[in-house]
Design a protein around this ligand. Structure first.
Ligand SMILES: [Zn+2]
Length: 113
């Protein structure tokens, strides 16, 4: 990954649906919706990152909900999950990288390039 402008990523809107998904809009207009199970599996904390590095899932359940979510300044959101996990800090740069990795799901022509 050579995307060095990522420190400038900002989020203008964020919506946490505690049962379904987290939706964010970045300051360049790109919107992304993250399914909660997917987001939990991609938790960026050291423990979950280590599990993925070893080829294990960070989360094995079929469903999860958000107990609480807290914004950290203008750079991240932390989420307390229904499985008790709360150490992940989802930085905008991280969410942006996830969103861009999912771009192939977006119809051609809607992605600014
Ligand atoms: Zn984690």
């Amino acid at each position: 990954m050579s995307d060095e402008h990522s420190a400038q990523v900002q989020v203008t809107e964020i919506e946490v649906d505690r049962e379904q998904a987290v939706t964010v809009v970045f300051d360049d207009g790109l919107g992304a919706r993250f399914d909660l199970v997917q987001l939990r599996q991609m938790c960026p904390c050291a423990g979950c990152h280590g599990a993925r590095e070893q080829g294990r899932a960070a989360f094995n359940g079929e469903s999860i909900t958000v107990i609480d979510a807290e914004l950290h300044g203008n750079w991240a959101i932390s989420i307390r999950w229904s499985d008790g996990h709360d150490t992940g800090m989802f930085a905008w740069t991280y969410l942006r990288a996830l969103a861009e990795a999912a771009h192939h799901d977006i119809e051609p022509g809607t992605v600014p390039d």
